[in-house]
Design a protein. Structure first.
Length: 96
């Protein structure tokens, strides 16, 4: 495996990808610990991730990390279905 990328590693959902006039609900911005530059965060590209809802239904939504976002180690992930607003500040997990 690459240095520092571990299956099961958790990151935090920061927010939606946004533009001047809209937000894109399927695109989420994620921050992983110890990935503090765009070069380190580039190791995460292509990894599959999972978000589990904290409610009764225990929904699991899957996505994929596709690109870095900025220079501070934030990455962009695209989910098959958009995450709800309650997902901001919660954890996502690398599954492969």
């Amino acid at each position: 495996m690459e240095s520092g990328v571990i299956k099961g590693m958790t990151g935090i959902v920061i927010g939606y990808r946004r533009g001047g006039n809209r937000q894109i609900n399927k695109h989420m911005l994620l921050k992983f610990p110890n990935f503090d530059s765009d070069k380190k965060a580039a190791q995460l590209i292509g990894r599959k991730i999972s978000w589990t809802s904290p409610g009764k239904k225990e929904k699991k939504l899957r996505g994929k990390i596709v690109k870095t976002h900025g220079r501070n180690g934030v990455v962009r992930a695209i989910f098959k279905k958009g995450l709800p607003g309650q997902a901001i500040g919660t954890e996502v997990k690398i599954v492969s």
